[in-house]
Ligand binder design. Structure first.
Ligand code: AMP
Length: 314
């Protein structure tokens, strides 16, 4: 019927799905500098699929589209306005298709449109969003997917002056620093492992106390970053009804969910330890009935969301 293409960076041009025309293809190409790992690969996919299936419509679905609705106060950096305008520097967010899908499914599940939600998309790349009455009001990724949470190999939030420092003191080039922040940092940079299962393995290994201690600190940094975002987003939302965990870590890593929930105990958040460790692969509540905030696990399904958006557009 149609081909839905996932596109990471749609810049300021797309606030929803778009039929792939030559003009749309050109815009995706123009945006390559803002998603150098992703948009060029998407273009290959589009070109090959259009060649193989020339008679059916192709639809581009953008990871940034949902967050085009962010209010200016959270989408704008306090950067010189002229420079920001000239070079299209703003917070675009990412994983929008997932945040939109999950927040809508949660609203449907709970039968309420007026929810104050935090969605945690915790995969190898990880982002968190605050969604109020179905609209995003803040998200952790910025101009690129580097900002925000600590990730498998990305720093997440870091003082931008670290860039100046490394350039001046270590003589590193911009490309080297880009590689360091995106590919050699985060969990990998602190423990040598990107996969959370391996990091928990290090934490559980009493035979190597030095590595064990380093891995524990890395996990503490990871959880603390989640905690900070829950705190700030709860304040921005003016309260909190539900935290939903999704993606590889969010859906599968019960220890991460539990450690975060335990840190939130002073605010009336209570996790049901058994339910939290229970079956995987389907939506479920993992908080206790008297928890002040509902904790949910909801498997994301970006393919379904892309297919739905493609059909809706057509
Ligand atoms: P994603 O990018 O959403 O595919 O998530 C991939 C990441 O999820 C992996 O790098 C792991 O860190 C994590 N992950 C996947 N399965 C598990 C599991 N059973 N327990 C803990 N972490 C997991």
């Amino acid at each position: 019927v149609a081909v839905g293409h996932r596109i990471v960076q749609g810049g300021k041009y797309f606030d929803g799905p778009a039929l792939v025309t030559d003009e749309v293809r050109d815009l995706i190409e123009q945006l390559c500098p803002m998603a150098p790992l992703h948009n060029p690969a998407h273009l290959k996919g589009i070109d090959v699929a259009r060649e193989l299936m020339p008679d059916i419509p192709h639809v581009a679905v953008f990871d940034t589209a949902f967050f085009q609705q962010l209010p200016e106060k959270t989408s704008t950096y306090a950067l010189n306005a002229e420079v920001a305008e000239k070079y299209a520097v703003r917070r675009y967010g990412a994983h929008g298709t997932s945040h939109q899908f999950v927040s809508r499914e949660v609203a449907k599940l709970l039968g309420r449109d007026d929810l104050k939600q935090i969605v945690m998309h915790l995969g190898n790349g990880a982002s968190v969003s605050a969604v109020k009455d179905g609209k995003p009001i803040d998200t952790s990724m910025g101009l690129t997917p580097l900002e925000g949470l600590m990730m498998g190999s990305r720093t997440g939030d870091i003082d931008p002056a670290v860039v100046f420092h490394l350039a001046r003191q270590a003589g590193m080039s911009i490309d080297e620093i880009d590689h360091l922040f995106n590919k050699e940092s985060g969990m990998k940079g602190l423990t040598g492992e990107t996969d959370m299962r391996s990091v928990w393995g290090l934490i559980g290994n009493d035979e190597d106390p030095e590595t064990q201690a380093k891995a524990r600190v890395a996990m503490d940094i990871y959880i603390n970053r989640l905690l900070k975002y829950v705190g700030s987003y709860t304040a921005e939302l003016g309260g909190l009804d539900v935290i939903t965990f999704t993606a590889g870590i969010g859906e599968n890593d019960w220890r991460v969910r539990r450690e975060l929930a335990e840190a939130l105990e002073p605010f009336g958040v209570k996790i049901d330890v058994e339910k939290n460790e229970g079956r995987i692969g389907e939506p479920r509540v993992v908080s206790t009935p008297d928890s002040k905030v509902l904790l949910l696990v909801y498997p994301t399904n970006e393919e379904l969301a892309i297919a739905r958006q493609a059909l809706t557009l057509l």
